[in-house]
Design a protein around this ligand. Structure first.
Ligand SMILES: *Cc1c(COP(=O)(O)O)cnc(C)c1O
Length: 357
């Protein structure tokens, strides 16, 4: 892939945040972005790095009407010896291509996606923050740009990548979240878009999240669309339970997002010879194990937080405290192991670290 580079003029460059402890998430963007366009019959063309800036879209662009959009989320870390590292990027790009296929969009060879991200990181490497726990968040996106209001898949697309520094998710240590088990709304149904990383799933989730926040909860736990009984995901993360000595997570059965973090947690836990199950788990089992004292831990897993301990679950008006309200041992160990690998402090046994420079 040929990538042309047009650098931002010094007057266009933004001031980098001086205080890395207040970066937050998704509010600051670096100086450049990657772009390329697709046209049916012609393929992907005009790969380029340009100054970060506005996009120009036809108001009839299909993405604006029928939601043909997919995205990814991964991070670049400063590893050992000031190297720039990505964590299992191929898993993100393979998933991106599966999302593309589900939404009738063109795929992009994984090698080209790695090359695009790497080229962008080389240009904006000074935007990668340095303190432990911080990183540069990378957001690849594809949208349908062809103008037209007829309902069909588009013939023209834009792929772009933006990046921005993000802070340590836990500046004051783990903060367990309180979760509302959602019984009215659903995120996705088997056969729908649940397995794809697409804006549509997020649009579907907003109202439940808003109502849960109004009631004082941090996130919602999604149940299956058909019966509102089997557990799917928590907010925008995959979910894990520790019941007795078993680590349980719902199987990838068509309606949940196959997380890179989920896969990494399973791999590490199996390396450690923990008892690990990918099996359906329902609210009745959670209620029972909370009542008999075997529900030891609940935590979410996703790129942003890596591990997010759940302190309490509220189901049908009943509140279940998890692990006596304290952060679980397994959550902490998994967090330390995975972030240790990401920051180059723990040997990379599985070849998960992709060095950019
Ligand atoms: C991105 C995402 C996850 C987590 O995936 P990771 O690859 O671990 O970041 C989980 N659930 C949903 C709905 C997501 O969009």
């Amino acid at each position: 892939m040929e990538i042309s580079v047009r650098l931002a003029a010094s007057t266009q460059r933004k001031t980098k945040p001086a205080d890395e402890s207040t970066l937050g998430f998704g509010r600051i963007f670096s100086d450049h972005m990657f772009l390329m366009e697709y046209a049916e019959g012609k393929g992907w063309r005009d790969a380029r790095i340009a100054p970060y800036g506005q996009l120009s879209l036809d108001p009839a662009a299909m993405v604006l009407h029928y939601g043909q959009e997919i995205f990814e989320g991964l991070k670049a870390y400063r590893g050992a010896g000031d190297s720039i590292c990505l964590f299992r990027p191929r898993m993100n790009f393979e998933r991106f291509n599966r999302s593309a296929a589900r939404l009738c969009m063109p795929t992009i060879p994984e090698d080209d996606q790695v090359e695009a991200v790497s080229a962008l990181l080389r240009v904006d490497k000074d935007w990668i923050p340095r303190s432990r726990g911080t990183s540069l968040y990378i957001r690849p996106v594809m949208i349908a740009t062809e103008p037209g209001l007829g309902v069909r898949s588009a013939g023209r697309y834009l792929f772009f990548i933006i990046t921005g520094p993000v802070g340590n998710y836990y500046p004051r240590g783990f903060e367990p979240v309180r979760i509302l088990v959602e019984e009215e709304y659903v995120r996705a149904a088997v056969g729908g878009l649940g397995e794809a990383k697409t804006g549509a799933n997020y649009a579907a989730s907003l109202l439940a999240a808003k109502k849960a926040k109004e009631k004082g909860f941090d996130q919602v736990l999604w149940l299956d669309a058909a019966r509102r009984e089997v557990i799917e995901e928590v907010g925008t993360m995959n979910i894990f339970f520790v019941i007795g000595d078993e680590l349980v997570t719902p199987p990838l059965a068509g309606s949940i997002l196959p997380g890179v973090t989920r896969d990494s947690v399973l791999r590490v836990a199996r390396d450690w010879r923990w008892k690990v199950s990918e099996r359906p788990i329902g609210m009745e089992e959670v209620r029972r194990s909370a009542a008999n004292g075997t529900l030891r831990e609940v935590f979410g897993a996703g790129t942003a937080a890596v591990i997010s301990p759940v302190g309490a679950l509220n189901y049908q008006g009943e509140e279940f405290t998890v692990g006596g309200g304290k952060v679980g041992e397994m959550a902490r160990r998994l967090f330390d192991e995975i972030t240790g690998i990401q920051y180059g402090e723990i040997p990379d046994r599985h070849g998960w670290i992709h060095k950019v420079t």
